[in-house]
Design a protein around this ligand. Structure first.
Ligand code: BT5
Length: 250
């Protein structure tokens, strides 16, 4: 599938721009919006994504699915396919990332990449906007300003990595996975996702769902990508949204 790249030296947010301009994108192509820096980078639930210029990957990969497509029900798993693609890109560079449910990428238990998936309806099509942020050369003094444990490729290895190399590798893996998703759905990605999950069976985890904090034991990742935890009073809970909490290490 052909790819159209739109590059900005600085932008408010690649996802915001993609949402505002989705009606202009070619429906049979993948549009990739890339920026060197963002002034209003966004995480999920209106959280901020710290986006200094020239240090990291900030991009939104956009594609269309028809509103009657049978794949729409599995679109909620797209973020998990994207995070697998980012993991494979970092593995190609020699890193060993783990995944924190639902779609954080970690190195040494610190967040190195995050995914913000959004959709925009354009006529009879759904434009899927996969926002990807990867910390590449972010220095320690900026990482320390983030309110949860965070890292960058530079901080992990002490060596700068070319930002555009990381960006190209992520694109390569994701575009090939998108083709496979269109043919086969989420199933081929489930094991790739499970293999990289950092939570161990029986591990105690804290979890936030709609501002309610829960605690339990990690059980598994269900076939539909849900997180299964066993709560302290024995209830088995399947979670589809929220965050596993990673406390700031001081
Ligand atoms: C995410 O949200 O992890 C999604 C991040 C997506 C960023 C990309 S960059 C390109 C595109 N355009 C955008 O505007 N966004 C996307 P969430 O799971 O809600 O995590 C947000 C939390 O991560 C914040 O509340 C901080 O705790 C932490 N955080 C913020 N900036 C960070 C950074 N650069 N590195 C690591 N953690 C960060």
């Amino acid at each position: 599938m052909d790819v159209v790249v739109k590059h900005f030296p600085i932008i408010d947010s690649t996802n915001t721009w993609a949402k505002q301009n989705a009606h202009l994108f070619l429906r049979d192509k993948i549009t990739i919006v890339v920026a060197d820096g963002q002034t209003s980078g966004r995480g999920r639930l209106n959280r901020k994504w710290i986006s200094p210029a020239g240090q990291n990957v900030y991009m939104s990969i956009c594609f269309f699915l028809h509103k009657d497509s049978s794949l729409l029900v599995q679109l909620s798993n797209m973020s998990q396919i994207i995070v697998v693609s980012v993991a494979e890109a970092l593995e190609e560079l020699g890193f060993k990332p783990t995944l924190k449910w639902p779609n954080d990428l970690q190195l040494s238990n610190r967040k190195v990449a995050g995914i913000l998936s959004e959709t925009k309806v354009v006529d009879d099509e759904i434009c899927f906007i996969a926002g990807i942020g990867v910390n590449v050369n972010m220095p320690l003094e900026l990482l320390e300003q983030i309110d949860q444990p965070a890292t960058s490729l530079l901080h992990e290895n002490g060596v700068e990595v070319d930002v555009s190399t990381v960006s190209s590798l992520v694109q390569k893996h994701f575009v090939s996975h998108l083709m496979q998703f269109k043919r086969e759905g989420f199933d081929p990605f489930l094991e790739k996702y499970r293999q990289r999950i950092g939570h161990k069976f029986g591990q105690r985890i804290q979890f936030r769902e709609h501002n309610i904090q829960l605690e339990g034991i990690f059980h598994s990742i269900a076939n539909d990508g849900a997180l299964i935890i066993k709560l302290d009073h024995g209830e088995i809970k399947r979670l589809y949204c929220g965050d596993v909490i990673n406390k700031k290490i001081k």
